[in-house]
Design a protein around this ligand. Structure first.
Ligand SMILES: NC(=O)c1ccc[n+]([C@@H]2O[C@H](COP(=O)([O-])OP(=O)(O)OC[C@H]3O[C@@H](n4cnc5c(N)ncnc54)[C@H](OP(=O)(O)O)[C@@H]3O)[C@@H](O)[C@H]2O)c1
Length: 261
């Protein structure tokens, strides 16, 4: 899975969203993240169609919302997502949250069926704590490729990193810029000054050095390019140590139905 992707949550205006996706693909991104609940799958598909890049080169991920996790709904709404996206398959289909209609055995059996039918290339989960992740691995016939969770310097997710490593599950960091909160961290500002880089690039480079895929949401070309340029940034070990030592904690996405609540 390409280690830097484009997030699209709240990129709601269809024309703008399609242009963000096209711009990202033409900048070099090959990983796009959407979800049923973002209500922009059609715009994301339009952006992929507009870009001068073959669909096969794009790693496209979407997520099944928590009200659609009963088996029949998984099978039906996954097809609807593919129709909206205008594609024959997605590269990764996530369970968006282990909540509401989620049942490990039944839900993941439906995901396995989609895999067997060739409609999804990989199964993923999102917002799973170590306990739910291990239960999902036990319940699913297909290997779980990735767990997508909030991860950034103020939410380093150490325990989950260890569980993922142990089970060979990739981590995908959502809100990798802490929805803007990393920009105000003095340690990050200092390292950004030192490298003549943006705070966003520092956070993204720190994630990459930790082996974590990141999917920052960016709308316009300037942010899309700024984040892409993080791939050329190399942090020194003392930069990484300074970021690891940040003590402030913040969780930006925290609904009542989250497994940790
Ligand atoms: N699985 C889940 O439950 C879940 C939950 C949350 C998010 N996600 C996924 O993760 C993606 C990213 O997370 P997020 O959208 O919550 O937050 P984020 O990526 O941490 O932050 C996005 C914000 O940072 C701004 N930004 C981006 N690049 C910038 C740059 N280089 N300089 C300055 N500002 C910059 C964006 O502005 P502009 O838009 O104006 O560029 C936007 O306001 C989402 O879009 C979604 O795909 C998944």
């Amino acid at each position: 899975m390409p280690m830097l992707g484009l997030g699209t949550w709240q990129n709601e205006d269809p024309e703008q969203c399609a242009e963000s996706v096209r711009t990202a693909l033409e900048t070099g991104y090959r990983h796009i993240d959407t979800a049923q609940i973002y209500e922009n799958e059609a715009a994301v598909g339009e952006g992929i169609a507009r870009a001068d890049v073959d669909r096969e080169e794009v790693f496209l991920a979407t997520k099944i919302w928590i009200s659609n996790l009963e088996p029949d709904d998984v099978l039906e709404t996954a097809r609807e997502s593919l129709d909206r996206l205008g594609v024959e398959y997605v590269d990764l289909l996530y369970v968006h949250w282990p909540a509401r209609t989620y049942d490990p055995e039944a839900t993941l059996e439906a995901f396995s069926q989609l895999y067997d039918e060739g409609l999804i290339e990989n199964v993923g989960v999102s917002n799973f704590e170590p306990e739910q992740l291990e239960e999902a691995i036990e319940s699913c016939d297909v290997p779980i490729l990735a767990n997508q969770v909030e991860l950034h310097p103020m939410l380093p997710q150490q325990e989950l990193r260890e569980t993922c490593e142990q089970h060979d599950v990739e981590l995908v960091a959502y809100s990798p810029l802490a929805r803007g909160a990393v920009f105000d961290q003095p340690e990050i500002q200092e390292i950004a000054d030192k490298h003549d880089a943006s705070e966003a690039q520092i956070s993204l480079a720190w994630l990459r050095e930790a082996g974590v895929t990141a999917i920052p949401k960016a709308t316009g070309e300037a942010h899309i390019r700024d984040n892409w340029a993080s791939l050329a940034l190399e942090l020194a070990q003392d930069d990484i140590d300074a970021i690891d030592a940040i003590e402030e904690r913040s969780r930006e996405v925290d609904p009542d139905f989250a497994p940790w609540n």
